[in-house]
Design a protein around this ligand. Structure first.
Ligand code: TRP
Length: 337
């Protein structure tokens, strides 16, 4: 471990401040974050700098960033113990990203699958920020000397490049950065679309029935599950050949802390309709307390503002420490005090 003084190991993660959190984000990330928050010194960032690599409506971005920050707290992350903050409030992210840009090769960035996907999707706006997105992400992590980064499979390539950049920098300047490890969630709760169960559940799905949002009410959740695509086998098994049923079972297991075998036994001889009903109820069961807390927090502006200020300053303090070290290593003149 290099140069941290927190005692516990450091964890960093973040989510994009766009749109509304999905059941997939919740089960795949947020729920896991809460479990990890006792063991690690955690920095949970609302990555709004990353969001503008795609054109955003300013008012909507501001609102969804605030909603996301409140959802982190509503989901159970204690903002006194976890540093929950906006990336844009800590200028060290952008400053370190610039430096790391100069230690990252065009070829490396050209190979990133997320860049290829996003530039295909937004052909009219292939901006330089989209290209250097992974460098900013590396800066996020390295700025806090993070030991572990909980992310989903789709972010593994980003973690790889982060480690490569850190190792390259360390090879030149000595032990400046901690080399972060990936932390994968337990049963890799990858939640799939309810309409096309071979595809990941996504915030931006055009089919409104494909995605469950953390803000959906009970009726909406039930209706979406009732319409979930299954198959004509009529038998509940946990198998790749029944992706729709498997996804429902995965959701059920993640919400009730069950094993797939246990769930299959529970539903033996029962129909798809009953399974869907039970899955919907399990989801409502875990969403309800989060939604209630979210509602309460959204009415307490002063409290949230206080959290934003305090945690922003705390993050800035740690960020500055790394940044000063890096600036010195690369040869920037010392500040006169
Ligand atoms: N790119 C990540 C995503 O879309 C979000 C992110 C930005 C992130 N910086 C990070 C995740 C640093 C982990 C660590 O999900």
């Amino acid at each position: 471990m290099t140069g941290n003084t927190y005692g516990k190991k450091v964890l960093f993660s973040g989510m994009q401040a766009t749109g509304t959190i999905t059941l997939g984000n919740y089960l795949g990330a947020l729920k896991n974050w809460v479990t990890l928050s006792d063991e690690y010194e955690c920095f949970y960032c609302v990555v709004d700098l990353h969001s503008i690599t795609i054109r955003q409506d300013p008012a909507k971005l501001r609102q969804s960033a605030r909603n996301l920050l409140m959802l982190y707290i509503a989901a159970g992350l204690d903002p006194k113990k976890n540093c929950i903050y906006y990336q844009s409030h800590v200028s060290g992210h952008a400053e370190l990203a610039w430096i790391l840009n100069c230690y990252t090769y065009m070829g490396e960035l050209q190979r990133m699958t997320q860049f290829k996907d996003k530039s295909a999707k937004h052909a009219e706006n292939i901006n330089a920020g989209l290209f250097t997105y992974p460098v900013l992400l590396a800066a996020d992590i390295l700025l806090f000397q993070a030991d572990v980064v909980p992310v989903g499979k789709d972010q593994l390539q980003h973690l790889e490049i982060t480690r490569d950049i850190a190792q390259r920098f360390n090879a030149i300047y000595g032990d400046v950065f901690t080399i972060p490890e990936v932390h994968m969630g337990k049963i890799g709760a990858k939640i799939m679309s309810l309409q096309e169960p071979m595809k990941k559940m996504s915030k931006s799905d055009e089919n409104a029935n494909a995605t469950i949002y953390l803000t959906d009410d009970g009726d909406t959740i039930l209706r979406k599950f009732k319409r979930a695509v299954t198959d004509s086998e009529g038998c509940i098994r946990y198998s790749r050949e029944q992706p729709g049923i498997k996804n429902l079972l995965d959701i059920y297991c993640a919400c009730t802390d069950q094993t797939p075998e246990g769930a299959v036994a529970e539903f033996e001889g029962r129909g798809y309709g009953e399974l869907k009903q039970a899955v919907a109820e399990s989801v409502m069961g875990i969403f309800r307390p989060v939604q209630e807390e979210f509602l309460r927090l959204s009415k307490d502006k002063a409290y949230i503002d206080g959290i934003i200020k305090e945690n922003g300053e705390k993050a800035d303090y740690f960020a500055r420490k790394t940044l000063r070290k890096v600036q010195k290593k690369v040869g920037f003149p010392e500040r006169i005090r």
